[in-house]
Each structure stands twice: as structure tokens, then as C-alpha cells.
Design a protein around this ligand. Structure first.
Ligand code: SAM
Ligand code: SF4
Length: 330
């Protein structure tokens, strides 16, 4: 392949059109399935500046990327996150088709208007339970009231909202039908997620794992739904809930591998380009960018395409990588 010549195609022939950009690995919560209680975060001096994030985004768009999702850690804990979103949002009229955000919602109420002005129209908000005590237990430090307030403000502004709920045996699995009912009443979409073995945590992932294959028959019995061809560029497979505005998304990395049509790569807050959630393979984009030579960045991207693994191989008994999900985001 000629360097920088074209769109990004990996060694399995998959076109890469979607980038998830982590603004920070830090977070105001410590969700039990995501992190250990005591975490070491990147030194602030090591993370990309907003100018660097914007430059990398622009370069990805020049190479055919059409969707960028801002994530973390918690993207909104980084000071100036909205300003960074605005800088990337400028690409919306110049090749970028969609800029989205994944957030835990704590700081959404105060930033929602700025995010709208930046051009974001779709937000994924994590909400594993609506029960305040259970929420506090799962997140170790979160406040469900703040998240619900953030959702309400974002709804008023007109954002399309999808709730992300990680299914956890014995913690929130009994609440899934009720969560779907609530999403339907509120006009929100719901994505259920299987917990993935990424990084060492204090809890036992094996005991908490729930296969969505077991949850679906329970939901289908209660909620009439039809399989939908709707896709948002991510790994979710959707079902339209009949007579409602809501879709049910299933993200089943363990029970139903979706790697064959993976179109995604992830950039960590320090500028490492990870080719797959379940593998260590990465390329240092920050180093390439700081040479000041665009050709080096192109070369790094092309080199990365040659290293994207065909698929993840998750085994719940041990973490697929030492990296926690907060490094690369979801
Ligand atoms: N802090 C933001 C949030 O929670 O939405 C964005 C980053 S978070 C890493 C992105 C998504 O990944 C969240 O929906 C979270 O529930 C999910 N997640 C985190 N760790 C996970 C794991 N080990 N397995 C599956 N999903 C995970
Ligand atoms: Fe923070 Fe999101 Fe991880 Fe929870 S899932 S600890 S909110 S990064």
C-alpha cells in the first residue's frame, strides 16, 4: 500500500471508518466491572493536547473516517472537554459525518448545551441501575440523581440518547425488563452489554457474567419486538420495540462475536492507537505527530492497519489485556 494514499483498510480487508477517541483515562466513578478501586492514571503531562487531538481527528477524516466518538475514562471530567468537542466538530462540514459522545452522565447537565453547539446530536449514557443504592454500589462513587438530571437536560435539548447497561448477574440483571420499560416510557434507546475481561479488577467477572442470549427470551416474551437492520456504526445489533420509539441494542462480545465487520480503532488519551479492545497491538500516534511530518502520521496509520487482529479472543477466566476499559473507552 502507498503511504497515506487512501482510505484505511486493515489486513483482513475491513474498512476503518470509525474512531473512538479517549479524552482522558480519569473518571469520577470506579465501576466494579471496569476498574479496580485503586487505579493509577496517566500523568497529565503525557496526554494529548486538544490541538493534537484535533490534528489526529482531522487526519483520520482525511483518510476516510466518518464517525468519531469521544469517550474515556469519563470525557467530561477533562477540563475544556466541550472546547475539544467544538474543535473536532469543525470537521463536521468537511468529511466527518457524525461526532458522538459516551459519558457516565455526572457532568452532562452542565455541559449538554455546549456539546450540542459543538455539533453532537447523539449521546450514549451509562446507567446500570436506577436504584440509588445499587448505583452507588456498582460505581463505588457515583450519584444516580446527577445522571438522571443529565439525561433530562439532554432530552430537553433534543439529543438522541442511548442508555448503556452492562448486565451483571445478581446485581442488576433482574432490573433489565424494568429498565427497558423506563426507556420506552422516556423515548430512549437501550443497549445491553456483556461484561468483557479487560484489566484486573477486584470483583470476580466470571460470577457476574450474564449471557444476553439468556436475557433475550425473557424480554421478547414481555416486549413485542422485531429485528432491525438499523446500525449506528458500532457493534450493537438492534431490535425495534413495537409501538414505541425505542430500540433495544445488544452488544454481545462473548456470546456472539461481531469482529467480522469491525470498522473501529481506538486512540487512548496519550495517543496510542489500539487496533482491538482485546489485544495489546498499538502504534504511538503522538510520537509520529510530534515529528511534525505528516508523512510519519500516515506511515503510522498504514503500519497500524497491518496489525489489526482478525478478532478478539475473550476468556472470562483471565483478562485479555492488562488494559482497563477506561484507557480506550467504549
Ligand atoms: N465513562 C464513560 C461511561 O461510562 O459511559 C465512557 C467510558 S466507559 C469505559 C464506556 C462504556 O464501557 C460504558 O458503557 C461502560 O459501562 C462500558 N464498560 C466499561 N468496562 C466494561 C467491561 N469490562 N465490559 C463491558 N463494558 C464495559
Ligand atoms: Fe468510569 Fe465509565 Fe469506567 Fe464507569 S465505565 S469507571 S464511568 S470509565
Amino acid at each position: 500500500m502507498e503511504y497515506g494514499s487512501s482510505v484505511l483498510i486493515d489486513r483482513s480487508g475491513r474498512k476503518i471508518s470509525y474512531v473512538r477517541l479517549s479524552l482522558t483515562d480519569r473518571c469520577d466513578m470506579r465501576c466494579r466491572y471496569c476498574m479496580a478501586e485503586n487505579m493509577t492514571f496517566l500523568p497529565r503531562a503525557d496526554i494529548l493536547t486538544f490541538e493534537e487531538i484535533a490534528a489526529i481527528s482531522s487526519h483520520f477524516v482525511a483518510r476516510g473516517v466518518r464517525r468519531i466518538r469521544l469517550t474515556g475514562g469519563e470525557p467530561l471530567v477533562r477540563r475544556g472537554a466541550v472546547q475539544c468537542a467544538s474543535m473536532i466538530g469543525k470537521l463536521l462540514d468537511h468529511g466527518l459525518e457524525e461526532l458522538t459522545l459516551t459519558t457516565n452522565g455526572t457532568f452532562l447537565a452542565e455541559h449538554a448545551a455546549g456539546l450540542w453547539d459543538a455539533g453532537i446530536r447523539r449521546i450514549n449514557i451509562s446507567l446500570d441501575t436506577r436504584d440509588p443504592e445499587r448505583f452507588h454500589y456498582i460505581t463505588r462513587q457515583g450519584s444516580v440523581e446527577k445522571v438522571l438530571q443529565g439525561i433530562a437536560v439532554a432530552q430537553q435539548l433534543g439529543f438522541r440518547i442511548k442508555i448503556n447497561m452492562v448486565a451483571l448477574k445478581g446485581l442488576n440483571d433482574h432490573e433489565i425488563p424494568e429498565m427497558l420499560q423506563w426507556c420506552i416510557a422516556e423515548g430512549l434507546h437501550l443497549s445491553l452489554i456483556e461484561t468483557m475481561p479487560l484489566g484486573i479488577i477486584d470483583d470476580d467477572r466470571l460470577n457476574r457474567f450474564v449471557s444476553l442470549k439468556l436475557i433475550m427470551p425473557i424480554l421478547q416474551e414481555r416486549f413485542p419486538m422485531v429485528a432491525s437492520t438499523h446500525r449506528t456504526g458500532g457493534p450493537a445489533r438492534y431490535w425495534q420495540i413495537v409501538n414505541s420509539k425505542s430500540k433495544l441494542g445488544l452488544i454481545s462480545p462473548l456470546s456472539n462475536n461481531f469482529c467480522a465487520d469491525c470498522n473501529r480503532v481506538r486512540v487512548s488519551a496519550e495517543g496510542k492507537l489500539y487496533m482491538c479492545l482485546g489485544h495489546e497491538a498499538h502504534i504511538d500516534l503522538r510520537k509520529a505527530l510530534r515529528t511534525g511530518d505528516v508523512a510519519m502520521l500516515d506511515m503510522a496509520l498504514d503500519q497500524a492497519m497491518g496489525t489489526k487482529p482478525p478478532k478478539h479472543d475473550f476468556d472470562l477466566a483471565r483478562p485479555a489485556t492488562d488494559r482497563h476499559m477506561n484507557v480506550t473507552g467504549g
